[in-house]
Design a protein around this ligand. Structure first.
Ligand SMILES: *[C@@H]1O[C@H](CO)[C@@H](O)[C@H](O)[C@H]1NC(C)=O
Length: 230
């Protein structure tokens, strides 16, 4: 009996090892000729589509025309160089990898006053790579703010705008996942503002200087000012 238990434990240890071995082989194979300095291309050399997703978790505050939010931001794209056939690797369908192993897009929030806030980047980030080359790159809770706001007596409306910093629209195209943001996860906090809506749109802008289009995704977040309770 004891032998059976010991050998069962032994077998399961071997299985775990085999799985780790398969992951090592897969990672070795995927990254053998991979250059993370070079961005992936879309199908038929089209621009690479990057899907931007935003979830507002909490309204931190609105002061001096600056809106501060606690959000989850997720980027998703496809890097065809990193696809594999799961049946050649013991049916491994996805990998969790440190973000610095591969190319990641430099999508930045424009009009941010974030230098006023500590950035939540101390912990190394990870992303998820799927066998078809799809990548999901989520952030943890992230404090973001914006000074692109309009307000009157009743409401405040602010834009959060995201765009690739160095790539124009001929190389990278950002698209918004949703047109209207889901606010199910929004925690009201102690703010004197009440969330009304958040909508997203994709903009394509051409500047006088250059022929290339620049693409951004802009979320407009609107709040009602609650009357101050006595
Ligand atoms: C990329 O996004 C554009 C919309 O901006 C869409 O027309 C096109 O089909 C997308 N390409 C792929 C490969 O999904």
């Amino acid at each position: 009996m004891r032998f059976l238990i010991i050998s069962l434990v032994f077998v399961s240890v071997i299985n775990v090892d085999a799985n780790v071995g398969e992951k090592v082989r897969l990672v070795d194979d995927l990254f053998q000729n991979y250059h993370k300095a070079i961005e992936p291309v879309g199908p038929k050399d089209d621009p690479l589509n990057i899907t931007h997703m935003l979830q507002i978790r909490r309204l931190v505050g609105y002061e001096d025309g600056i809106l501060t939010l606690d959000v989850w931001e997720t980027l998703s794209w496809e890097d065809k160089r990193l696809g594999w056939k799961p049946d050649a690797y013991s049916d491994l369908a996805s990998l969790s990898l440190p973000t610095d192993m591969l190319w990641t897009p430099d999508v930045e929030q424009l009009f941010s006053a974030n230098e006023l806030l500590p950035k939540n980047t101390e912990h190394a980030r990870r992303l998820q790579l799927f066998s078809d080359g799809t990548i999901l790159y989520p952030t943890h809770n992230q404090i973001m703010n914006t000074y692109k706001c309009q307000e009157n007596k009743e409401w405040v409306s602010c834009d959060l705008q995201f765009s690739p910093w160095t790539y124009d629209g001929t190389v990278i195209n950002v698209i918004n996942q949703d047109d209207v943001l889901n606010s199910d996860l929004l925690h009201p906090g102690k703010s004197s503002l009440h969330f009304v809506s958040a909508s997203a749109r994709r903009n394509v802008v051409t500047y006088a200087c250059c022929p290339q289009p620049y693409v951004d995704v802009t979320y407009t977040v609107t709040f009602i000012k609650l009357p101050k309770s006595a």
